[in-house]
Design a protein around this ligand. Structure first.
Ligand code: SF4
Length: 278
């Protein structure tokens, strides 16, 4: 179980405990880091709403003592768009996973980025569908075994951050469950950013991805992230490309930190729902 600090506990629905995450799952680490950021910023979450889709990552919003919407698979950004346009005063945070946000909901993701609607979207990327049985995701590296790629994955993965940036997002960052301080920094900046802010966080599914690919315990997976030595705050020109290493069935090295920030009118500003460009 996540041992939340006293200041973070006030943001939780403790009557929902124990939570459903498997031992060693990286999602708990990321969720705990999210709570630390929120606890520093808000006494209560009265002005904050969380919207999630389906999956182990999306499930964590059910533990937040706030207005939470657990929506249909792949559709959290559609619900969040409606909520934000109806209540532009709310801080709306979308929590999604790589299957939910990039596969089933991939179309909604690129259009939310294109519209530059003022939402913060955190995408937990563990390279697999965890909750629904360990199926192949659009982020699974070549060679990895999943329940739907028993002979190893033959497909190339998306680079989620680059995809969303190309679609028009005005704040894009990537972090890891291994370096939660970096995640806290970029998540805090994403919350302050006017417009569509996207934070991809690389995390691990111990139960399906780790076990199926014989990658060890949750701690083994976590420290393997540390050995990837990603570049922090990488410049666009020096950002490494995906380099699949199927023989090892491990992640390619991906740049972390803030990958893009820019400013243009949000959808709410363009529609006259809020004031002009800040
Ligand atoms: S199935 Fe995987 S992603 Fe889901 S809670 Fe278990 S370890 Fe985490």
């Amino acid at each position: 179980m996540i041992e939340a600090a006293p200041t973070e506990k006030r943001l939780l629905r403790l009557d929902m405990m124990p939570h459903m995450l498997c031992p060693g799952c990286g999602h708990g680490i990321v969720f705990d880091a999210m709570l630390r950021v929120l606890a520093r910023r808000y006494e209560t979450l009265d002005g904050v709403a969380f919207v999630a889709g389906i999956g182990c990552s999306s499930r964590v919003v059910g533990y937040v003592d706030s207005a939470t919407m657990h929506t249909t698979h792949g559709r959290p950004l559609t619900f969040a768009t409606g909520l934000k346009l109806a209540r532009p005063d709310l801080k709306v945070i979308v929590v999604t996973g790589d299957g939910d946000g990039l596969s089933i909901g991939g179309n909604h993701l690129i259009h939310a980025a294109r519209r530059n609607i003022d939402l913060t979207c955190v995408l937990f990327n563990n390279e697999i569908y965890g909750m629904t049985g360990g199926q192949l995701a659009p982020t699974t590296v070549p060679g990895a075994f999943t329940s739907t790629s028993p002979e190893g994955n033959h497909e190339e993965p998306f680079d989620a951050a680059r995809l969303v940036e190309a679609a028009g997002a005005t704040f894009v960052a990537r972090a890891q469950s291994f370096r939660t301080r970096l995640f806290e920094e970029v998540f805090a900046e994403a919350l302050d950013h006017p417009g569509f802010s996207f934070v991809e966080v690389l995390t691990d599914c111990t139960e399906y991805f780790g076990r199926t690919n014989h990658l060890g315990t949750g701690a083994d997976l976590l420290f393997a992230q540390g050995r990837e030595e990603p570049a922090v705050d990488a410049d666009l020109a020096t950002r490494p490309t995906l380099r699949p290493v199927p023989e090892k069935r491990t992640r390619p090295t991906l740049a972390t930190g803030v990958l893009h920030r820019s400013r243009r009118s949000t959808l709410e500003e363009a529609m006259g729902l809020v004031g002009g460009a800040r």
